[in-house]
Design a protein around this ligand. Structure first.
Ligand SMILES: [Zn+2]
Length: 280
């Protein structure tokens, strides 16, 4: 079975000490491609060097909404240079995030040293990056938390990549799935959704058309519940525990269970979807 991780951060420095083992585990579990997303300017070099040395890695470059507030004056020029340098490159991780503004705690460790950009500023960076993806027909990988209304309204009114775009770890309402799909959305299921508190997402992932389903880990983020992890978490230098990217296989199995379908049927469908969106 060929597996595809539609969204991770294999370039993340917390995974670097474990990279050889991770690559071996990915190969052993049948992972054929992962889309490694750079989220800020400081990430982009590592994404490029990983993609240059490991054929399993498809590079993607973008400015994540959490990083919009700390962009440099040259960010657009640097992003265009990265996209010019590799015809396989996608645009992402980009997006909109109101959770960070309205619900994340003031001392949330994710935001140490970051200025949280207001939604208008996020929107401006998002729309510019989306316009580049549309112009070049590149796959765009989109993060959205607590901003599905504004995301839908902006996607509806602008030019989108003809090949489609990814709503990564989609956790919006089931009722919005059809509307997003009509605009070209793919939706990637994440193993973190197996948390018993996220049961409502079963209905969401039942509503997604089969030809728009993808699977992802977001590793090193979004761990599966500990009892569902096939690969134990990797100790990071900052004392946290990182999601092992090879937990993709378990994530596929869980989605097959949620959708009440054979794992091999799901894997064949996801392969087609992944290649349609990401292959060049
Ligand atoms: Zn991500």
């Amino acid at each position: 079975m060929n597996l595809y991780d539609a969204h991770n951060h294999l370039n993340d420095s917390v995974l670097a000490p474990h990279l050889d083992r991770i690559l071996a585990d990915l190969a052993a579990t049948g992972v054929r491609r992962v889309v490694a997303n750079g989220s800020c300017e400081a990430d982009w070099h590592d994404v490029a060097s990983l993609a240059a040395t490991h054929s399993v890695v498809l590079p993607s470059y973008g400015l994540h909404p959490w990083d919009v507030g700390n962009r440099t004056p040259d960010w657009q020029k640097s992003l265009l240079a990265r996209l010019d340098a590799d015809p396989r490159a996608g645009v992402g991780e980009i997006g909109l995030d109101r959770w960070m503004l309205d619900r994340a705690k003031p001392d949330d460790p994710h935001f140490i040293g970051l200025r949280r950009a207001p939604i208008e500023e996020q929107l401006e960076a998002f729309l510019w990056q989306l316009s580049i993806a549309a112009e070049r027909n590149l796959p765009a990988s989109i993060h959205c938390l607590d901003a599905f209304g504004p995301l839908f309204d902006s996607l509806r009114t602008v030019k989108r990549p003809a090949r489609g775009f990814l709503l990564h770890a989609y956790n919006g309402p089931a009722e919005m799935v059809a509307g997003f799909a009509k605009l070209g959305a793919y939706f990637s299921f994440n193993g973190g959704f197996l948390d018993p508190r996220k049961q409502r997402l079963r209905a969401v992932y039942a509503a997604i058309p089969a030809d728009r389903l993808l699977v992802e880990t977001d590793a090193p983020a979004m761990r599966l519940p500990a009892d569902r992890e096939q690969f134990p978490p990797l100790p990071a230098t900052d004392g946290t525990l990182a999601n092992h990217p090879a937990n993709l296989a378990t994530t596929y199995a869980a989605l097959a269970d949620w959708r009440d379908m054979e794992l091999s049927t799901l894997a064949t469908q996801v392969e087609k979807n992944f290649l349609r969106l990401f292959a060049r």
